[in-house]
Design a protein around this ligand. Sequence first.
Ligand code: SF4
Length: 306
Amino acid sequence: MNFQNTSVSVPKKKNRALCPNNCRFCISRMSHNDGNKYPTLWDGSNGNAEWKVEMRDRLEFTCKSSDTLLFTGTGEPTYNLEYVSEVIKIAKNELSNPFVNIEIQTCGVDLDDDRLSEMKNMGIKTIALSIASFDNEENGELCRTPKDKTVDIEDLCNRIVNKFRFNLRLTFNLNKTSEKFFDNDANGNPNAKPFYEKCSKLGAAQVTFRRLTATENTSKPAKWVNENNISLEHFKSFEKYIVANGTKLEALPFGLVKYAVDGMSSVLDDDCCHLAYKDTTAVKSGIIRENVKLYTRWYETGSLIF
Ligand code: SF4
């Protein structure tokens, strides 16, 4: 089995919120999300022998064919760095083929220098910062971040890139409000160039532009996504811009193609959660859920490998 990455879903820490945000488009809060299907095996202590054995077995299986270990989840992974740290210890010391890149996804809330320094010392190489607008206030509003925790995007990116020297991946959750950041080409069609300029200014090494996904039609976030997604015309303009201005680098195992665009690496992905079937034996993510079992799909218990 060939995995594009190994994703570890970080469970909630006892006595801490799962996530500080309540994003209008949160896929974890759509109605498929039944945490009972994946009860955490983690008891909060590194002396948890059963957890260690199970985690090591899964990582050993996926590490043979994936370069990246990605910390993600149904909440904010940096809110449980103890868990992240214990997984990295296993990944670094106990596997036959250690991962080349260790990456963590974050919404950026509460990422002060102490926390960034802690992540640097663990061996994390890439921070994937997820935003929904380049404007701090608008980003806070779309993500419903508590007012006193509004992320200063420019300051945070500066610390990530220049002070702590992580690779910065910007993951942009595109929505209707994003359309104002485009300009028009000579034919009056949307042009994605300003997006790349802004990402470059923030110091991004990699960019991911994500069209929002609704996995059903009834929950509040799903309805919001259906009403507020970026237009297809605007989304397609990324493809046009990449093909016209980028250099094809290589195909990723799952079939997506990586380009270099304006000095950043860029992948076109219109199915970030891998909901659609693709006729390939490669798997986008080997997903180790909170119960420390390995799946190939986020919301399908039937995708269990072991
Ligand atoms: S930051 Fe992520 S997990 Fe938290 S509410 Fe937003 S989309 Fe959901």
